[in-house]
Design a protein around this ligand. Structure first.
Ligand code: SF4
Length: 116
């Protein structure tokens, strides 16, 4: 696959995250600048790796090793249930978003054994 085919625009990535949130019944982070930074991170990771590696974690660049942290990651739902939002605070639980609370740093749920 060529580099060219790995490029996505910022709008493409916004479309992706809005679709995921809409489909799953989640909200996006309501801070426009913070959201834009996360979307940029996803876009850069897509350009670099060819998949939406989590924008706030380090991956290996090998899809099969990173598969649990390809957005939306497997830790997203339990983190939303426990804390109201995912590790990066890109996706928010609807009730959490409606509460007006601000996302806070949360513990990394990914097992250390999966870190390279
Ligand atoms: S923590 Fe959030 S932004 Fe990162 S991969 Fe999981 S769902 Fe996506």
């Amino acid at each position: 696959m060529s580099r060219q085919s790995h490029s996505k625009t910022q709008d493409d990535v916004y479309t992706f995250v809005r679709r995921v949130a809409g489909h799953q019944g989640w909200e996006l982070n309501q801070d426009p600048e913070f959201l834009d930074d996360l979307v940029s991170g996803l876009r850069q990771n897509y350009a670099r790796y060819g998949y939406f590696l989590c924008p706030c974690r380090d991956g290996t660049g090998e899809r099969h090793k990173d598969r649990d942290i390809i957005c939306p990651c497997v830790y997203n739902v339990p983190d939303q249930r426990e804390y109201g939002h995912c590790f990066c605070a890109l996706f928010l639980d609807r009730r959490f978003a409606a509460s007006g609370k601000r996302p806070q740093p949360i513990p990394e749920r990914r097992p250390e054994s999966l870190f390279e």
